[in-house]
Design a protein around this ligand. Sequence first.
Ligand code: GLN
Length: 394
Amino acid sequence: MADAALSHAPKPKGATAVIVFADGHVAWGRGFGAVGDAVGELCFNTAMTGYQEVMTDPSYASQFVCFTFPHIGNVGTNADDVEGACDAALGCVVREDVTDPSNFRAMGDFPEWMAANGKIGIAGLDTRALTRRIRIQGAPNVVIAHDPDGNFDLAALHAKAQGWPGLEGMDLAKSVARSCHEDWTGGHWTLGQGYDTPGAEGRPHVVAMDFGAKDNIFRSLVKAGAKVSVVPAEATFDDIMALKPDGVFLSNGPGDPAATGVYAVPVIKRLLDIDMPIFGICLGHQMLALAAGAKTAKMFQGHRGANHPVQRVGSQWGETEGLVEITSMNHGFAVDGDTLPAGVIETHKSLFDGTNCGIAITGKKAFGVQYHPEASPGPQDSFYLFEKFVGELT
Ligand SMILES: NC(=O)CC[C@H](N)C(=O)O
């Protein structure tokens, strides 16, 4: 690579962590959390709250999150804000050093939680400059290393960043999803009361394919009135049908939908053929689109944050056509809206860049959205989607 020589200022005094980019750029900072190094994609998230939920969203497998909000870690960590596999995101980049937690829900301190979960943190960087870099150059492949003694073999770290193949073509769902069937019971969480457990009697049965799901999706399905059974990413059509579902849910998850689709898309196609009601979120939406004959593509920088405006498009919305939902997002791939075949309509689009944010299959109860109606973190404008899906099940 022509631009791959290492280019950096000398290591500043007190630097105990470093980001080494595949293109040779180097950024120094102060390490916290786990010691060691890891390689992955660096993306940015603009949410101002919910860092623990972000760091435990399994869709971030093989990624580092650069938080654009400067104060991260100051409400500590707790046992309730864990969304999925704790080891999913590799680590994070933050502007300010993490202070002691100050919050009535805090059960632990963020750096200690990061260390316990094997995540590397780097603080004291200009995260605005880093975000601009990602916006201009696209999400880069990097190594982030943390050594309390400040000893780094930059050439070796650079070689590691260059040698990482990138997320395109990578199936990561199997590494973060459940490996066996689980009956899900918890509903929504309320302060002082914890999780609601309404019981499954008489409820429509949703079988949820887990590609690296956020738990709040299952809680939201329960809140909307469903009985939920979770099956692994590689569940077969027969595995799913043996549970006698009234509807099938396709979860979010990490990696390239085209790679995950190799085993999941044929199952989804068969479910569509028998008119099974289907609802997909994020990776699940992408795989529903692939099963329906559309294509997905890697985005330049992706969408990650809790304030992304999404507009309802199409006359099927009636009076609410054009309405804008403020949504939570985390995706680096997208459905190519120009490839939707006949019989698949676009239902939502991003007001940031016009990318596809929702589809529905005409004549079937099958739809998907690219964003996260379960929030965690983020606004709850789009909870109606869970009610629509569960409400239409018989
Ligand atoms: N949150 C998700 O499900 C992400 C889907 C997919 N891995 C992407 O980055 O686009």
